[in-house]
Design a protein around this ligand. Sequence first.
Ligand SMILES: C[S@@+](CC[C@H](N)C(=O)[O-])C[C@H]1O[C@@H](n2cnc3c(N)ncnc32)[C@H](O)[C@@H]1O
Length: 248
Amino acid sequence: MKTYSGAPYAPDTHSALQRRLLRNASLPARATQADALRLRTAPLVPEVHLFLAEDPVLLWARIEADAGTRLPAPFWATAWAGGQGLARYVLDHPDLVAGRTVLDLASGSGLVAIAAAQAGAAEVTANDIDGYAIAAIQANANANGVRLICDDRDLTDGDGGDAEVVLAGDCLYSAELAARFVPFVARAAARGATVLLGDPGRGHAPETELETVTTYDLPATSAADYEQHEKSYVLRPASRVPAMRPGR
Ligand SMILES: C[S@@+](CC[C@H](N)C(=O)[O-])C[C@H]1O[C@@H](n2cnc3c(N)ncnc32)[C@H](O)[C@@H]1O
């Protein structure tokens, strides 16, 4: 596990490439370039400032060219529709997280984790398996003046450990990932954690397993995601009432 909680771009925790990426990409001189990152806010969450891509595909091409190798898409450079709704919900309901330990799974930019910290969580761990996301989360945490613990392990075989609150924004973007994340959140809920997910209706959230807590309308200009979505749904594991057996 890597944990970061101090200065930005700590040399022992980030590769030189990651440091260069975030430093160069956010320079004012690059700010108008389409492959740059820019510090800005997402439509539903004006409280949180994030280094976001002007154009994620062009950014992806540039960081692959810099790295000289194929890389995962820079999902950390987008404020995903599902994450926006979940972050909004956390900020609007701070009692959910205030004074509690929070795990933000599939954290990407750290949007939801930062919202949890702003809402008064005692300790927030941002988890993502992409090392670039970890660097971005640290940069974004610093930009917002909050302290996060970062964890780059794949935690989906577990149940969220001792986190009292488990949050997951837009982690159900493929059937394959839903098959990992839905059982994970069910295990976290079964051990007593408060569990919330955010999803814009990508079609991989099983209605039998997850129920809707609330729905947000996304502004039409909310092109911060790879696709345009009209809604962002906050979901939780469905409460299961034990079936009554005949004769009992
Ligand atoms: C669509 S992005 C959502 C990011 C952020 N939560 C948001 O809503 O803006 C999904 C993230 O899940 C991460 N991811 C994929 N598989 C994962 C896993 N097994 N464990 C943790 N993160 C994972 C990806 O690296 C990516 O950053």
